[in-house]
Ligand binder design. Sequence first.
Ligand code: IYR
Length: 228
Amino acid sequence: MTEYPTIPYEPQPVDRAAVVELARAEYELLKTRRSVRDFSSEPVPREAIEFAIRAAATAPSGANHQPWTFVLVGDPETKRLIREAAEHEERVNYEGGRLPQHWLDALAPLGTDWRKPFLETAPWLVVVFEQRYGFTDTGEKHHNYYVKESVGIACGLFVTTLHRIGLVTLTHTPSPMAFLTKILGRPENERPYILFPVGYPEADARVPDIRRKSLDEVMIEVTAPSEL
Ligand code: IYR
C-alpha cells in the first residue's frame, strides 16, 4: 500500500477571539433541530439532497474506507413499497407483541405508532447502508473498520446539514430492516442502517415538547487521573 502524500491543512478562517460566540451560535442553531414526522409533499431539488449527501460523506471513517452507501429514493412506487413493508413490520412490533412492554412504555410519551405515512409524503427517502466489508480495485474482499462509528458520524453530519438548510428528517429505524435490502436491490456486504425521510415540514407540523439534558447531566470534567 502506497502512502498518501501530505498537503498543508487549511484551517477555517475564523476569529479566534470569538470562539465562544461561534460555539454558542452553533449550539443555538442545533438546539432548534427536531425529529419531524409531519412532512409536506413540497418538492425539494434533488441537487440539494445530493449536496447534503456529499457533506455527510466527508465524515471521518475507519482507515478512510468510507463504508457507507446512501440510497436516494424519490420514485413514488418504491416509496409506497417501502411504506407498506415498514408498516407491516412496525404493526407486528407495536400490536403483535414483538416490542417488549418496557420499550412500548418508553415510546408511549412520544406518541409513535405503526403508521408511517411520511414514507410516502416526504419527497425523498435517503436510506443509509453500512458496508460490513468492501472490495479492492481487483474485486477482493477487504475489511472495514469501526463501521458503526463511521456510518453513525456520517449520519450525524447528514442530519446537521439538513437542519442548516431548512429541511427536516427523522431517524427512522423500521425493525427488522431486511426488506430495504430487497426492495432497493443492495448487495450482500451492505446492511440497512437508518432510513431518513427528507423534506420540508408540513405548515402545521407539531413535535413533542421534550427537554434535552443539561450540560451538567451530559458532561463531567476530570481534572486529575482517578486513583483507581
Ligand atoms: N422503529 C419503531 C419504534 C421506535 C423506536 C425508537 I428507540 C424510537 O425512538 C421511535 C420509534 C418506529 O419507528 O416506530
